[in-house]
Design a protein around this ligand. Structure first.
Ligand SMILES: Nc1nc2c(c(=O)[nH]1)N[C@H]1C(S)=C(S)[C@@H](COP(=O)(O)O)O[C@H]1N2
Ligand SMILES: [Mo]
Length: 351
């Protein structure tokens, strides 16, 4: 793992540990924490469901597990993924230089949030669903515990889970165990770990992490409460994982590979690779023909490169025919979020 911080613990897998596996093993799944990982004994965990509901609920783990159990594969991506590319444009003091590894994929098991909300009875005025967790965030003053919200339409979507399982095992404490929210297709920040309260509201969460952080500001703006845009849906992007930046590969044919992830409920339909900085492109091959929303697609392409310094560039296209921006400079923003510019990796081809 590439460790960005020990306390709180923040780490991403080295690209070589992430590449080529549709499901990321728990041991190398990225960790993004604003505070300490709480140690919650599963039998003592409780979830309160309140706000704009007809009946408040108090659930324990066994009650939650009586709802229909759903297992699905979804990719989680931190809004800070690829921030390192933005820091090369203009530094952002205090924000970690995440690479392409703040993206990982797991098979998640849990109850549909929609089912739990249906049991509580959602009132007409409901517009957002807010989540709260017990971990005190180190980057808040005065100290706040972690939280966030999603619009009610997303909260009622079938892919949104109160998840207690990851890759077939109980959800580990590091990833939110006993229970976390899983919001496929949204930036990882909304998948609140160790969730203990679900509140149906007319307005978004007033948590620091919804109202001030995880918002996409114009390049010249200063972070402030309520400044637009609150991050939700992940934008289309991709990453070259092999070769990794700074690697030395043997002369001859080089296999270039990585992932691409589409936003909304779109799929990745094409990935282009260039060895001349984007003047000409060839199309990469996907590992399977199956393209599902909310899950990355793994791709690869063989290229022949002369000995010396080399650079590969990749870009993806989604099912709406959209692609993503060419340069990090055009998407630079004061908190360094969602750098979905073309993936560029420089390495050396041995002579
Ligand atoms: N309670 C809590 N939930 C949280 C966070 C946190 O610090 N505390 N970090 C969020 C962020 S920014 C991301 S990207 C994901 C990371 O989940 P992971 O550590 O399981 O990869 O959790 C989200 N949920
Ligand atoms: Mo994140």
């Amino acid at each position: 793992m590439v460790v960005h911080g020990r306390e709180p613990y923040n780490a991403e897998p080295h690209p070589s540990a992430l590449d080529g596996r549709r499901i990321t093993p728990v041991g190398v799944f990225y960790s993004r924490n604003h505070g300490p990982v709480p140690d919650i004994h599963p039998p003592t965990w409780r979830l309160r469901v309140d706000g704009l509901v007809d009946d408040r609920l108090h659930l324990d783990l066994s009650t939650l597990q009586r709802y229909e159990s759903v297992t699905l594969t979804a990719t989680l991506q931190c809004a800070g993924n690829q921030r390192a590319g933005l820091l090369e444009v203009t530094d952002i003091p205090g924000e970690a230089p995440w690479g392409p590894g703040a993206t990982s994929t797991a098979t998640w098991t849990g109850a549909r949030l929609a089912e739990v909300l249906a049991a509580a009875g959602v009132r007409d005025a409901a517009a957002h669903v807010a989540f709260t967790a017990p971990d005190p965030a180190a980057d808040t003053d005065p100290t706040e515990t972690y939280g966030g919200s999603i619009p009610i339409d997303k909260a009622l979507a079938p892919e949104v889970l109160l998840a207690w399982g990851m890759n077939g095992d109980p959800l580990p404490p590091a990833h939110g165990g006993p229970v976390r929210v899983l919001v496929p297709g949204y930036v990882g920040a909304r998948s609140v770990k160790w969730v203990h309260r679900v509140r149906v509201q007319a307005a978004p969460s007033d948590s620091h992490f919804q109202a001030t952080a995880y918002r996409l500001l114009p390049a010249d703006a200063t972070p402030a409460r309520g400044a637009e845009v609150a991050l939700g849906q992940v934008p289309l992007g991709c990453a070259v994982l092999t070769p990794y930046a700074g690697a030395t590969v043997t002369a001859g044919t080089t296999t270039v590979s990585g992932y691409a992830l589409a936003g909304c409920a779109r799929t990745v339909d094409r990935v282009d690779v260039s060895v001349d900085g984007g003047r000409t492109w060839r199309q990469a091959t996907f590992d399977t023909d199956e393209a599902a929303p909310f899950v990355w697609r793994l791709w690869s392409s063989d290229v022949d490169l002369p000995p010396g310094a080399a650079e590969v560039v990749a870009r993806a296209w989604d099912s709406s025919g959209s692609t993503h921006p060419e340069s990090a400079a055009t998407v630079w923003n004061p908190k360094g979020y969602v750098n979905n510019s073309w993936s560029r990796v420089r390495f050396t081809v041995a002579g």
